[in-house]
Write a protein that binds this ligand. Structure first.
Ligand SMILES: Cc1cc2nc3c(=O)[nH]c(=O)nc-3n(C[C@H](O)[C@H](O)[C@H](O)COP(=O)(O)OP(=O)(O)OC[C@H]3O[C@@H](n4cnc5c(N)ncnc54)[C@H](O)[C@@H]3O)c2cc1C
Length: 460
């Protein structure tokens, strides 16, 4: 693998975290990522603890011409957190969270998971706008945009970013905010890990309390077409305080569902309401009343519990292949396609995942950050998930065919939901104007494309 022992020994000296070679304890745990499709073996892994560790790792990778992969939470389905042969810069030990309750701001280190942040912010009834699975990394999530249960009300993760500390390709530590390196600050709010390694993020947090009205309502799959025809219009009338997503999948064994529904195709409607209880219940009632409700798990639930409610369904290590795009509308033709692909799911772990967007993020100009597709009403994320290698071909075929069938209804894609789909597809996460600006920023901050294990913006 070509790295001389004296060089790694030199790196180990004074490194506060761990420098791991393939035969050393901890190496295999460190290289593991969420998506079990990737079994890559870096020549060296640096488990950083401090920003200075990150600087040393970047300098080491660059000076030894190593391919560099950066691991935040290790969650990206495209598997970009790990590489074969090169250097994996693992940030997962950098989990410090510092809450300023008076200002409602929070500083988090670059390797934090959402669960770590929620645990600290909830001590003050606060939450950052992030994703819906607690073992997701704040790093990758934020750099691609970041949306979840409170983003319709409070904006995307990038809309709440105040500043970041970044280690650049040159190994310099710089700050980025609206006043310091504003071009870099713009680029990291949607442009992914292309511009440097973020060692610390500072966010505005929202006061949401410790419990929210939330939970899933479960509807019958057999009424799917009529239900979605109602759902797509009704949820778009909701105030920003309400977020209702739709998941078509086989029912997990949820305690509030009758036993004979477990394992059957259903429409799961997880929601969060951030306003007063009675108004929320009133807004939800038409959903419960439309056709048949199979079960209702809603109520006032602890935020931390709700944030991890989906964790078990998407645990680490399974084989996953994601295909996604934004949808202009849920037209009848599109619903028919959902129905036919739901009935042909390759495994019972697959999901047709349809978040509702809009709200506060759509009131921000498309080019204000590097996350431009702000006006999309719905996202389609085809979560293809299975366990056995021998199912790889059929699972990928199903996802690919489904994606192609829904393409006529699509407009753009979320960069964080891309698989390895080629350079042209990465561009579709952006508008032409935003892409050109990203390329200019990349030329300035990483002209030799040191950070290329990502949805890459090639400086050309
Ligand atoms: C089960 C599941 C649920 C999800 N739910 C949501 C959701 O609700 N909302 C949403 O918006 N997204 C969601 N996502 C997508 C998620 O935002 C991306 O997968 C994101 O890349 C995960 O970040 P990570 O740090 O865990 O990933 P990693 O795989 O560690 O990182 C992905 C890439 O980001 C870059 N990167 C990560 N950290 C840093 C850093 N500190 N500095 C520089 N570069 C960095 C690197 O280029 C790396 O290759 C979900 C993903 C999964 C698998």
């Amino acid at each position: 693998m070509g790295i001389k022992a004296d060089k790694t020994n030199e790196l180990k000296k004074g490194f506060e975290g761990h420098v791991l070679l393939p035969d050393e304890p901890g190496y295999h745990e460190a290289r593991a990522i969420w998506n079990g499709m990737f079994d890559k073996k870096p020549a060296i892994i640096t488990r950083c603890i401090t920003t200075v560790d990150v600087v040393r790792a970047v300098n080491f990778g660059r000076d030894n011409n190593l391919l560099i992969a950066v691991k935040g939470g290790g969650h990206n389905s495209a598997g970009t957190a790990v590489c074969d042969d090169g250097l994996m810069i693992d940030l997962s030990l950098m989990q410090k969270v510092d809450v300023n309750a008076a200002n409602r701001t929070v500083k988090v280190q670059g390797g934090c998971l959402l669960s770590t942040v929620d645990k600290e912010t909830q001590k003050h009834g606060l939450a950052i706008s992030g994703g819906i699975v607690s073992h997701t990394g704040v790093g990758g999530l934020t750099l691609g945009g970041g949306f979840g249960w409170i983003s319709r009300k409070h904006g995307l993760s990038v809309d709440n970013l105040i500043s970041a500390e970044i280690v650049t390709a040159e190994g310099k530590i710089v700050n980025a905010s609206v006043t310091e390196n504003p071009d870099l600050f713009w680029a990291i709010r949607g442009g992914g890990g292309n511009f440097g390694i973020v060692t610390s993020f500072e966010f505005n947090a929202a006061k949401i309390g410790n419990e929210v009205l939330c939970g899933p309502i479960v509807k019958k799959f057999e009424n799917m077409k009529a239900y979605i025809q109602f759902h797509k219009d009704y949820i778009r009338t909701m105030p920003d305080e309400m977020t209702i997503w739709m998941v078509i999948r086989h029912a997990p064994p949820l305690p509030f569902l009758p036993k004979d529904v477990h394992g059957k195709l259903v429409i799961l409607l997880p929601f969060v309401w951030l306003g007063d209880y009675e108004t929320g219940q009133k807004l939800l009632q038409p959903i419960r009343d439309f056709g048949e409700t199979l079960g209702d798990g809603s109520g006032m639930h602890p935020w931390v519990g709700w944030q991890s409610a989906f964790d078990g369904l998407v645990s680490h290590g399974a084989r996953n292949y994601w295909k996604s795009h934004h949808l202009k509308d849920l037209s009848d033709e599109c619903i028919d396609i959902f129905q036919s692909y739901a009935l042909s799911m390759p495994t019972e772990e697959c999901e047709i995942f349809i978040p509702h967007m809009e709200g506060a993020p759509s009131r921000i100009a498309p080019n204000a950050t590097a996350f431009p597709h702000r006006n999309t009403p719905f996202v389609l994320n085809i979560h293809t998930r299975w366990q056995k290698v021998e199912d790889d071909a059929k699972a990928k075929q199903w996802a690919g065919d489904f994606h192609k069938a829904t393409e006529p209804f699509s407009q753009g894609v979320y960069v964080n939901f891309l698989s390895d789909e080629g350079a042209d597809r990465v561009k579709q996460a952006y508008t032409g104007e935003v892409w050109e600006k990203l390329v200019r920023c990349k030329r300035k901050w990483d002209p030799k494309n040191l950070f290329k294990m990502n949805q890459n913006i090639n400086p050309g």
